[in-house]
Design a protein around this ligand. Structure first.
Ligand code: ADP
Ligand code: MN
Ligand code: MN
Ligand code: MN
Length: 337
């Protein structure tokens, strides 16, 4: 019997790229091959030369449709010479893996997001047009007054597991209506494949539950936490040596590095990295053990065990995981090589 492949790609929306998808019906036994789309409708081409190529690069079971249906993550290529489209950030991640794969880079991404009422764009869990009690009881909270949207979270987690994605946990966040899931550990390319796929499933869960998903880095101004994508990172050497962990943390603070990284860490970084709400200011770099006010945190267990990983706390929720993982791989593996 025929089956469906949902082709998924990352568009050219500015300032923050979004996920797009369309369905191909395939005959039993046929593999999903190269396809295309109208790039003039996704900010990836002009109308007079509109075709952009979809190259399947990663596929998994489609947990929404079930059966033998699949989800297919694609890279975008130019028709002229089949080279990566300028918006194809996965190409950079592939290059970083080719150069530094022998160091076995691992990433764990903590994707925070906010559920919004689609009619008002106001956060779920906030009273209509008003504000809930101040932050404090909501983080990892339990109970109907504190929590909104848990059914959506459970649906999403089940789908990620059934799709075979490396989801490693979920939690309710500090602001009402804000949640987190984690993907990893996985290498520089795979972590982006799985995170983008998990974002796709999250938006689909939002459709089902009537909630809009926002990865805005600071959805509510004022005394409300922003949304980040903390990035946990290690190499084979860091997993054996504390010296290597410190060396990697120092490399992230090297000449010109904070600016270079922040440019790829998502839109609105100054609004979120204020020095308040468990962040370091965007114009300062620091690292420290257990320090949630530092740019880079070394978890206390890592200091105790004398080996492990570091957490770059700066990336925004709206960052592109391929870009973040590429930057950290090149900077840290470059310094450790
Ligand atoms: P936090 O305490 O900052 O909230 P989380 O538990 O939310 O941390 O996320 C930690 C992430 O780090 C998980 O995705 C986990 O898989 C990942 N992780 C654990 N060990 C490593 C490691 N050695 N290298 C990279 N990532 C790791
Ligand atoms: Mn976390
Ligand atoms: Mn968090
Ligand atoms: Mn964290």
């Amino acid at each position: 019997m025929a089956y469906r492949a949902e082709y998924i790609w990352i568009d050219g929306t500015e300032p923050t790229a979004e996920v797009r998808s369309k369905t191909k019906v395939l005959a039993d036994g046929d593999e999903p091959g190269i396809w295309g789309f109208d790039g003039s409708s996704t900010n990836q081409a002009t109308g007079d030369n509109s075709d952009v190529v979809l190259q399947p690069v990663f596929q998994c079971p489609d947990p929404i449709r079930g059966g033998n249906n699949i989800l297919v993550m694609c890279e975008t290529l130019l028709t002229a010479d089949m080279s990566p489209h300028p918006t194809n950030t996965r190409a950079g991640a592939r290059a970083a893996m080719e150069q530094y794969g022998s160091q076995e880079p691992w990433f764990g991404l903590e994707q925070e997001y906010t559920m919004l009422d689609p009619a008002t764009s106001w956060p779920a869990g906030f009273p209509a047009g008003g504000f809930p009690a101040p932050q404090g009881p909501y983080y990892c909270g339990v109970g109907a007054v504190k929590i909104r949207g848990r059914e959506l979270v459970e649906q999403h987690t089940t789908w990620c597991i059934e799709a075979g994605l490396a989801i490693s946990g979920t939690n309710a966040e500090v602001m009402p209506g804000q949640w987190e899931f984690q993907i990893g550990p996985a290498d520089t390319v795979t972590v982006g494949d799985h995170l983008w796929m998990a974002r796709y499933l999250l938006y689909r869960a939002g459709e089902l539950h009537g909630l809009e998903i926002s990865i805005d880095a600071k959805p509510m101004k004022g005394d409300w936490n922003g949304a980040g994508m903390h990035t946990n990172f290690s190499t084979n050497e860091m997993r054996e040596s504390y010296d290597a962990v410190e060396k990697a943390a120092q490399a992230l603070g090297g000449p010109g590095k904070p600016e270079e990284h922040l440019a790829g860490y998502g839109v609105g970084i100054e609004d979120r990295l204020t020095g308040e709400h468990e962040t370091q200011r965007y114009d300062q770099f620091s690292y420290g053990v257990s320090d949630r006010g530092a740019s880079v945190r070394i978890p206390w267990q890592v200091a105790r065990d004398g080996k492990g990983y570091l957490e770059d706390r700066r990336p925004n929720a709206n960052a592109d995981p391929y870009v973040v993982a590429t930057l950290i791989t090149n900077t840290c593996c470059g310094a450790l090589a």
